[in-house]
Design a protein around this ligand. Structure first.
Ligand code: SF4
Length: 240
């Protein structure tokens, strides 16, 4: 693999580190344009089809109509999430949406590790059902796109547009770092985009069924994920 100017092995700093965007997408469109010019269709967008994901897919479709998008299907998602993916496939027929499954079915995981692994060892469960599948999906890809926003959490507050990703030995491009939660929703409503109907029922952030709860304080975009335990990230965005 080669020919790219920004790679995991030669990364020094975000080429847009000192850039202050002033356009209506807060830099997202320009960063996506740069990313697809730099990596072509070899860059992968790992999409969870949350609110940020819907915005990113719409922006990506305006930049690279046949972009590759990967959904990590843990077999534990809400039916509403699967319904939304079908709606998006209809709205954006040129996009290549790949459904990536773990190596182990839920029955195989239960046989090997015991039932309801997410209750006892959620990190192990996330590794099997999300991280390993993404490692496989990114194998050979020089870069990937993520919908992280700085305001989501302390651990995400230092995210740049272009990041060296130690976890996956790749480049991670994050076009939405400057967006607020309200701006995400304004974009969805203004552009009449489909979204997961669970968002209207107390689920600001939607992941696997066992690890997603309905909340009353839906002002915080990550509320309701792994409620009651210390875990705040599935491991896709941590370095180890
Ligand atoms: Fe398992 Fe929960 Fe992680 Fe989904 S979010 S992979 S159910 S621990």
């Amino acid at each position: 693999m080669g020919g790219y100017s920004v790679t995991y092995s030669n990364f020094v700093k975000d080429p847009y580190k000192d850039w202050v965007p002033d356009d209506e997408t807060k830099g997202a469109s320009k960063i996506l344009q740069w990313a697809y010019e730099e990596y072509g269709t070899n860059i992968v967008y790992a999409c969870s089809f949350g609110a940020e994901g819907i915005v990113l897919i719409d922006l990506i479709s305006k930049t690279q109509k046949n972009a590759d998008i990967v959904f990590l299907d843990t077999d534990l998602h809400f039916q509403e999430t699967y319904d939304l993916i079908r709606d998006m496939e209809v709205k954006y027929p040129a996009l290549n949406i790949h459904i990536k499954k773990p190596d182990l079915s839920l029955d195989e995981q239960a046989a090997e590790y015991g039932s309801a692994l997410w209750k006892r060892q959620p990190d192990q469960c996330c590794y099997i059902r999300k991280i390993k599948p993404l490692e496989d999906a990114l194998s050979g890809a020089p870069a990937w796109i993520s919908g992280l926003r700085r305001e989501q959490s302390v651990s995400r507050s230092k995210t740049d547009f272009v990041n060296k990703d130690e976890r996956f030995k790749s480049i991670k491009v994050c076009p939405l770092i400057h967006w607020t939660w309200d701006e995400i929703w304004d974009y969805i409503k203004d552009n009449d985009l489909p979204y997961n109907e669970l968002h209207d029922n107390g689920y600001p952030s939607i992941g696997c069924i066992p690890c997603t709860s309905q909340v009353s304080d839906s002002d915080h975009s990550r509320a309701g994920r792994w409620a009651g335990i210390q875990k705040t990230e599935c491991g896709l965005h941590t370095s180890d």
